[in-house]
Design a protein around this ligand. Structure first.
Ligand code: MRU
Length: 357
């Protein structure tokens, strides 16, 4: 399995995704500030991986604190959480991961737990979230595999694979599960300008698994759909609003509209931690704007004339009406999403782990 991130006694070790596919190197974060830098600089990226990284960052900060009393530790936890929360705005998993550790910390403090035990408990919870993320990906695969064509080509955009999670992947996990069940699937990976998550990361990890992969420039999908060469589309998500509108990597919206026009099913695969019932719709999802240099430069070389204005939104929101189904670890959601999402969230809050809806 691809080790995207790993808790070690010395800190959190991250596969440096900015160096792939040419170099497999690791970055060791020994304090929470370094974890924040790793997330901001996209050494780790992808919503579920960001969520677990943030949780590990808070746990690392608490574990390494030299505070000897709770008021001092409380003040540190505030700063740690804020620092991590300011790294990237769109993937709601980031805030979920921070909150998961913070709420445990608060419960332990309320129960007068001694500081060494608090430290052990938050580290254990962050490590458990890593395992739970892999289990959620496997479960998404199990729920979504039958939606994939028995034989054909599936298009994906960005990287929603092992690299974007703690392993196996969300969208790519569904493809992997279908192939494990005997489906004959080839993958088209959109290159995903400007950060090239598709060309660099999706292609790298699928080829490692011997899954036939073809890289497309982002403007090629429409022509291939028209020729009948794409049977399904599956992508991940960074935040799913209460009505099913879904933020994912910039360019996802265009692919979804094209899929609808050509009668091709368009699936989203994401864990429940990506659903944000407090955000009513796609217009309310904060969209990260990244540096112009990601667009103007390629491999350190300037590609555009000086003086051109640049847009670089990292994500877009796809309206729910373009989404055929949302595959989660608890089951497959269908329209009307405002109802199916609410029902699933309520059922999971009330019921056992991995409740199936
Ligand atoms: O900017 P990134 O690389 O963090 O964006 C990642 C995506 O948009 C993924 O598709 C999404 O996070 C789902 S990952 C399972």
């Amino acid at each position: 399995m691809i080790p995207t991130l790993e808790w070690l006694p010395e800190g959190v070790n991250f596969l440096d995704q900015t160096k792939l596919p040419l170099e497999e190197t690791y970055v060791l974060a020994t304090d929470y500030k370094q974890v924040a830098t790793v997330i901001r600089d996209m050494i780790v990226r992808g919503a579920p991986a960001i969520g677990v990284s943030a949780a590990m960052g808070v746990a690392l900060g608490i574990d390494r604190s030299t505070a000897t009393d709770i008021p001092s530790l409380n003040a540190e936890v505030e700063v740690i959480s804020r620092t991590l929360a300011e790294t990237r705005p769109t993937a709601v998993n980031l805030f979920w991961g921070i909150e998961e550790i913070r709420s445990l910390y608060n419960r332990l403090v309320d129960g007068n737990t001694p500081i060494p035990e608090i430290k052990a408990a938050v580290v254990a919870r962050a490590r458990q979230m890593y395992d739970e993320d892999i289990a959620a990906c496997k479960s998404m695969g199990a729920h979504g595999a039958s939606l994939m064509p028995q034989q054909g080509t599936v298009l994906t955009h960005c990287n929603a694979g092992a690299l974007a999670t703690c392993g196996y992947g969300s969208a790519l996990g569904v493809i992997r599960a279908a192939i494990e069940r005997g489906h004959k699937i080839d993958v088209y990976a959109d290159e995903t300008r400007p950060f090239l998550q598709g060309a660099r990361l999706t292609a790298w990890e699928l080829l490692k698994d011997n899954i036939p992969t073809t890289i497309l420039c982002d403007n090629m999908a429409g022509a291939l759909m028209r020729q009948g060469r794409i049977q399904a589309v599956i992508v991940g998500a960074d935040r799913i609003a209460a009505n099913g509108d879904t933020a994912n990597k910039i360019g996802t919206y265009s692919v979804a509209v094209l899929a609808k026009e050509h009668g091709i099913p368009f699936y989203v695969a994401a864990p429940l931690s990506t659903i944000d019932v407090n955000t009513p719709d796609g217009d309310a999802i904060p969209i990260e704007q990244r540096a112009a240099t990601e667009v103007t430069h390629s491999n350190g070389k300037q590609m555009t004339p000086n003086g051109a204005a640049i847009q670089n939104p990292a994500f877009d929101a796809t309206p729910a009406k373009y989404i055929t189904a949302i595959i989660t670890e608890h089951g497959v959601l269908r329209a009307p999403y405002d109802q199916s999402i609410r029902k699933m969230v309520e059922k999971v809050a009330a019921g056992p782990e991995l409740a199936t809806v």
